[in-house]
Each structure stands twice: as C-alpha cells, then as structure tokens.
Ligand binder design. Structure first.
Ligand code: LLP
Length: 420
C-alpha cells in the first residue's frame, strides 16, 4: 500500500496534489511519501518482532537520501552501507554507529579505517584477504573489528541475472565449502572478532523458497563452525524481499517472510540481522514526468516524456517494469511506447503498453520508484541530476536539489596544454 491516490481526478502524494510540486520544482522529479516510508518501516519491523533478537540495517543503497535515512533512523533502523560515502550519510542522518554494517567486496583501507574510527557494529567480510587486512588494521589501531563472514551459498535466487548475488559464479562472499576453514583462521587472528555469518542471495525475490534454502544451508554451516569450537552469535540474513511493480502482482508479505525465518532459525540462538532495501523504500516514491510530445509511430505512438534512463535506469538495465499513470487521467486509454529523450534505444520505459491516454504537456508518474531510482540517476546526455521531494501530509520540501548542467560544467577544466 502507498499514499499516492487520486482525489477529484488528480493524483496526490498524501495530501499534496502532484501538479503543485511539478509546477514549483519542475520535472522530472522524484516524490516520496513520508507516510508510506514510515508505514513500510513499521510493518517490516513489527513482522520481525516474532523473532527473539533482531537488528535491522536498512540497505542505504536503495535510497540514500538524507531525509529518508532520517525517517528510518527515527524508526530505530541501523544501516547497511557499502562505501565510505554511504557510511557518512548514515552517520549524518543520526544512525547509531553500532547499528551500521559495512558490506561490499571492495572496501578500501581508508574506508575500513574510517569505519573503525567511527565504531561501526559489524564488517561483513567478503574474503579471507579482506579479513586479514582488516585484522591488521584493527591491531595497528589498537582496536578489534567486529566481523561476520559473508558466505556464497550457491543458491539460485530466481531473479534477474544482474541482481543475483548468491550463485557460485557471482563475485560475492566466500565459497561455501571453504567458509568453515576461513572462519576458523580469522577467528584466531588478533585485531578482528568473528561473530557470525552473513549472506545475501539477490534482490527483488518473488518467492521465499530460495531464501529458505539459503538460510537452511548457512544454518548448517553455523552448526559446523560451532562444533569446531568457534563462537557464532550473529547471523545476517541480508535483504532481497521483492515488491510488486505491476498492478495485480502478488508478493510474499513481511509476515510470511518473518514466519519462514522463525521456522528455519528457531534453534539458532543468535541475534538475527536483516538488510532490507526495496521492501522499505520501493513503494514510497514515484517519478513525476511531463509528456514532451506524442510522436506517431509505425505500430504505436511514441510517448516522449521528459524523464529518461539517466533519471530511472531500471528499465534500461534490468528490463524492469514500472507502472505508468497519468496525473489527471481523462478515462481514455491507448496503446503506446513510452520513451525518454536520450539518444539510444535503451532509453525505453515501455513498449506496446496499454496506458492512460496522455498528450503533450500532461503530467504522469512512474510508480514504485522509491528504491534504486534517484540513487542510480546520472547526468548522461548532459541532463540535470534529478531532484527529490518529500511529502508529509499537506507539507512538502525539496530534499535533494536539481543539479544543473551549468554546475557540472563549472567543475570541469580545460587544461593549459589545450589553451592558446
Ligand atoms: N544487502 C546486500 C549485501 C545487498 O547487496 C543488497 C542489494 C541489499 C542488502 C538490499 O537488497 P534489497 O532488499 O533492496 O533487495 N539496482 C538493482 C538492485 C541492486 C541490489 C543490490 N544489492 C535494482 O534496481 O533492481
């Protein structure tokens, strides 16, 4: 459920009509409903309350906007970060350092040092090499780095290949059959305190079975590690729960997920950690766009909108579907292709889709754009960097400015050797 609904024929975000925001800020613009964000954060957190000891680290990558992080910090969320930049955002939003988990295959020494100085709660190690580097750093700084070992369970998540992370051929984690030995070696290394295992098999999972299979497999590994005499007090089950992008699609609910986790982990006796991203932020945002013109096509008209693949990359990257809806629909429908202005054919949001009839100047939205939307935007074709707005009941504010091409141009230099 979200808070983007029609009132008197006009699409609103909570109590604010979207044309008011489009008028004031221009388009394209991302609009987030704070009420939806809070609701999703609470539904997920409350569902997991059936488990004894839980820590939730929001996957910052899904929506790193400072205002979004601030809302989640107030809901008691920690953060799953994958770069020094995300770490600084989580801290700036007021998230407690010990609620921060640092994931990612390529943490640099400088990033690990900063995270140690900040006192983060856990490093999710992606390799033995990384563990040894972190241990050396910890020892040299006179501290001990709390760490979990990310295991690659070699389970097919059944999602798009580009967002699958738990198969043996993916770069993530250590191979399942070597994990026990690596854990044992790191557990005996000074400067690091091994406290558990971590996994994350992919994103936008439509079914719980692959997760259950992976959790069961890693639970067995946990028992083997304990049997070898090592402590395991934390198990990080990652993120990945998918959300419906098309009207009518049915996805597992947080309560179903929690019930499955409860069944699988009943006798684990650990603190369970979670790294949800999309399930929290996906439905909290829409991308508002304006129709530039409708161009005649060979079989269907081309609806050319002012948003493009640089603003919302998911369709171009993953063939992702985002529902398209007119902000003031007239009740008529037509079949059309929806494209942006960028000069390549991947700048296509939909082909031969049955949509609200729109015409030049109309406003429309791409729905379910709160996760992996603005954060993946760029300035390709020297377009502006898309702004973000947050609505709270009848109030709204710009929470990220549009960055104009002139600002980007001002950061570029013509070197002396090209002058004269
Ligand atoms: N934890 C780790 C270690 C991750 O790599 C990810 C996502 C998450 C948690 C959060 O996953 P979620 O709950 O959001 O599924 N740009 C792609 C998605 C990439 C996901 C990368 N990792 C998209 O637009 O679909």
């Amino acid at each position: 459920m979200d808070h983007f609904e029609y009132r008197d024929g006009v699409l609103h975000a909570e109590d604010v009509p979207l044309p008011a925001i489009a008028q004031a800020v221009g388009t394209p613009v991302y609009v987030y409903a704070r009420a939806t964000l809070t609701r999703h954060a609470r539904v997920f957190r409350d569902a997991l309350a059936v488990l004894p000891r839980v820590k939730i680290a929001f996957a910052v990558k899904s929506n790193p906007n400072l205002a979004v992080l601030r809302v989640l910090a107030a809901e008691g969320y920690g953060a799953d970060v994958v770069s020094g930049g995300e770490l600084e955002r989580a801290l700036a939003a007021g998230m407690a350092a010990d609620g921060i988990v640092f994931s990612g295959v390529g943490k640099t020494e400088a990033e690990m040092r900063r995270a140690l100085e900040a006192g983060i709660g856990q490093f999710n190690l992606e390799s033995e090499e990384e563990g040894l580097e972190l241990a050396a750093l910890g020892a040299s700084m006179g501290t001990v780095a709390p760490a979990a070992l990310r295991v690659n369970p070699d389970v097919d998540a059944g999602t798009h290949g580009k967002i699958s992370t738990g198969k043996a051929e993916n770069k993530f984690g250590v191979p399942f059959d070597r994990a026990g030995a690596i854990y044992a070696r790191l557990a005996e290394t000074p400067g690091i305190a091994m406290r558990g295992l971590a996994l994350h098999i992919g994103s936008q999972l439509a079914k719980l079975e692959p997760l259950e299979q992976a959790f069961t497999k890693v639970g067995g590994l946990m028992r083997a590690i304990r049997a070898a005499g090592h402590a395991v007090t934390h198990m990080d089950l990652g993120g990945g729960v998918g959300v419906p992008y098309r009207e009518g699609e049915v996805f597992p609910q947080p309560a179903d997920y929690a019930a499955m986790v409860e069944r699988v982990t009943r006798d684990w006796d650990v603190t369970l950690m979670f790294e949800p991203g999309r399930v929290i932020t996906g439905n909290t945002g829409v991308l508002v766009t304006r129709v530039v013109r409708v161009k005649e096509g060979a079989s269907h008209p081309w609806v050319v909108v002012d948003a493009a693949m640089n603003d919302l990359a998911r369709p171009a990257l993953y063939d992702a579907w985002h529902d398209f809806a007119a902000v003031t629909p007239d009740g008529e429908r037509f079949t059309a292709n929806i494209v942006g202005p960028i000069c390549e054919s991947s700048d296509t949001f939909a082909m031969a889709r049955d949509i609200d009839r729109v015409t030049r100047g109309d406003l429309a939205v791409f729905r379910t754009a709160g996760a992996y939307g603005a954060t993946m935007a760029n300035t390709y074709n020297s377009r502006p960097l898309v702004p973000e707005v947050m609505v709270d009941e009848g109030r709204w504010a710009v929470v990220a400015d549009r960055i104009d091409p002139a600002t980007i141009l001002a950061a570029e230099r013509v070197p002396d050797f090209l002058k004269g």
